[in-house]
Design a protein around this ligand. Structure first.
Ligand code: GLC
Ligand code: CA
Length: 622
């Protein structure tokens, strides 16, 4: 058991301790090498608040210790080098609402997606992750499920779903469904019955009796405002970490866990190959204590340290594995966890998840999604290095730079799009030569950029709209409130796919549910014709990754890892050795390694220069 008398060295031995201290050091802007200092290791933990420069107080310290002690007695993570389909997979995320509309109502649907399976097969992807397709009032575009066993009517029918699974399988493409199990819609039948106090549903959600003027604690919702909504019918407050229509399930109630496992089994039996588990690290909430205001102001969400790694997280995941997932693939979305926690969550020996999404690389240190800044690829390099080496021997990393919750990576790196082709292709090289499972997000293969939204009326996302309203209420004028939500808006990634260069991009014959991006700048039809397009480049690289298992399983050997602005590494095993070089800057850079004599397999420039050109990236066979 760790106590405040424990030394920092002991704390660093504890997986959770290591992650938490790593975080603190990062937030305090200190150098991580500090942790290797033997003098620091003998310092008692109780001194940390002083070292951390006001980031920690005694109470928070106690809570962090309790978190660390949570993994006492837990089985240690042990890796395995077994080969399996999901390690080799190139998983393509479809945002069904914006992929392809087959009936002109402006909303993408399953028949539309089925019609594009030939495109996806020719791109070479081997699995699709569909953002939620279940019946939902769409307060958060399907992440608020009303009925887990029913397909959203706008998207189609269960028969369409069965056809999608069958036709994808016939093309060698697996299906991964997005399961939102931390919360349901407030229109879910369970919630309705919970409001009526009907057993056992009355305990299905997190209710706390109280008076209307005072929520049970200071937790904030990720989508602005308090995380509590007062329900007069029950004279109680109900917890919603996300929107007011996304009510947190009470996983402490055994019947909830049994029902959730049942839902997962239902979809497995229909032939689904895997699941993406939405915010799955948030499921265990045993303490409703106030959140630390310090953590809250750092991370923007008060309360998070109370539930992002809850007491029963591991046992619940093991139950989900044995009673629900079985041998299906499972990737968890786990905001806030660090590498050692991730090993505990995904090591094959522990029977929980296969992979997690970690988001540390998506924003620079000290920045968050809503900050308007230019992303430096050296940060991506730092994060990749951390997950490619020793981490990948124990657990298995997920490799991605985009999804439906983030603006386009290209725009963060090169907002003016001066190097659009090069940067998009550089990202393709890094992703498809990394050790881990690759995830691509729709449109990324075209080099899609952020959208020039002009006003709040063009945004659809509940997160951005709530945030905008809150800023206005706090006294910001409309223009500055809009400017403050624009760079982080999730809608940048959610505009429809552009299949051709027409006004609606061939996405719909009707009016799209959200404005289009810029179909003239990049669209499937033109990029298919152009051998030099981002799309053609993705096709080549995906094919190479599939043909060369060394790129998936081989060792990762960085070259000169500390050097700024250049990222070079070997991938190697008995079957061969490959070399990747990338210039992370917009200025020419000296090569880290002579590439004469290597065979160029793919690169984002024609020919070869003495130096690496701006954002040049290439893959060679040695
Ligand atoms: C996850 C989803 C996001 C959603 C949230 C609440 O972060 O990726 O889109 O809004 O969970 O379900
Ligand atoms: Ca439609």
């Amino acid at each position: 058991m760790l106590t405040t008398k424990s030394r920092i060295g002991e704390l660093l031995h504890n997986p959770i301790g290591r992650d938490l201290i790593g975080r603190l050091v990062q937030y305090a802007g200190l150098d991580e090498h500090l942790l290797k200092n033997p003098l620091l290791r003998v310092v008692p933990f109780s001194v940390l608040p002083r070292l951390a420069g006001g980031l920690l107080d005694g109470e928070l310290l106690g809570e962090l210790l309790a978190l660390c002690n949570q993994c006492e007695g837990e089985p240690l993570p042990v890796g395995s080098d077994a080969h399996c389909w999901w390690k080799e997979a190139v998983i393509y995320q479809v945002y069904p609402r914006s992929f392809c509309d087959s009936n002109g109502d402006g909303v993408g649907d399953l028949p539309g997606l089925i019609g594009k399976l030939p495109y996806l097969a020719s791109l070479g992807v081997t699995a699709l992750w569909l953002s939620p397709v279940f019946d939902s009032p769409n307060d958060d575009n399907g992440y608020d499920v009303r009925d887990y066993r029913k397909v959203l009517a706008e998207f189609g029918t269960m028969a369409d779903m069965d056809r999608l699974i069958a036709e994808a399988h016939a093309r060698g493409i697996r299906i991964v469904l997005d399961m939102v199990l931390n919360h349901t819609s407030d229109e879910h039948e369970w919630y309705r019955r919970a409001l009526e106090n009907e057993p056992p549903y009355r305990d299905y959600y997190i209710f706390r009796e109280g008076t209307e003027n005072e929520p049970p604690n200071n937790w904030r919702s990720f989508f602005s405002g308090s995380a509590w909504k007062y329900e007069p019918q029950r004279k109680a407050w109900a917890l919603h970490l996300f929107s007011r229509k996304q009510m947190d399930l009470n996983w402490e109630e055994p019947a909830v866990r049994a029902d959730v496992c049942d839902i997962v089994r239902f979809w497995r039996e229909r032939g689904v190959d895997g699941f993406r588990l939405d915010v799955i690290n948030l499921i265990s909430k045993t303490s409703l204590k106030n959140g630390s205001e310090t953590v809250g102001s750092l991370l923007g969400t008060t309360g998070i340290e109370q539930y992002f790694y809850g007491e029963n997280l591991h046992p619940y995941l093991r139950q989900l594995r044995t009673e629900g997932l079985g041998d299906a693939f499972a990737v968890g979305e786990t905001p806030g966890t660090g590498p050692e926690m991730n090993k505990l969550l995904t090591a094959p020996s522990r029977g929980e998840l296969d992979l997690v999404f970690c988001f540390d690389h998506l924003d620079a240190l000290g920045k968050s999604r809503f900050d308007d800044y230019r992303y430096d690829l050296n940060h991506l390099k730092r994060c990749f290095l951390a997950y490619q080496g020793e981490y990948a021997d124990t657990a298995w990393p997920s490799i991605f730079v985009e999804n439906h919750d983030n603006p386009r990576m290209l725009s963060k790196i090169d907002p003016a799009l001066t190097h659009r082709q090069q940067v998009s292709k550089l990202l393709a090289v890094l992703l498809l030569t990394a050790r881990g499972t690759v995830f691509l997000y729709q449109g990324q293969e075209l080099g899609a950029a952020n959208v020039a939204f002009e006003s709040i009326a063009e945004l659809r996302d509940v997160e951005a709209i709530n945030r905008y309203r809150e800023l206005c209420e706090q006294g910001k004028d409309e223009a500055s409130a809009f400017a403050a939500v624009l760079s982080g808006a999730r809608d940048h990634a959610r505009v429809p796919m552009a299949w051709n260069g027409s006004a609606n991009g061939g996405f719909t014959e009707g009016t799209p549910w959200i404005r289009m991006g810029d179909p003239r700048r990049c669209n499937v039809e033109e990029e298919l014709r152009d051998a030099d397009s981002v799309l053609s480049f993705y096709r080549v690289l995906i094919a190479l990754r599939k043909a060369i298992p060394t790129l998936v399983y081989g060792r990762f050997v960085p070259v000169d890892p500390k050097r700024r602005d250049v990222f070079c590494y070997y991938r190697t095993d008995e079957q061969g050795t490959y070399y990747v070089e990338a210039n992370l800057s917009d200025r020419p850079q000296r090569r880290a390694q002579d590439v004469n004599g290597m065979q160029l397999l793919a690169g984002n420039y024609a020919g070869r220069d003495v130096r690496l050109r701006p954002f040049e990236a290439a893959l060679y066979r040695c």
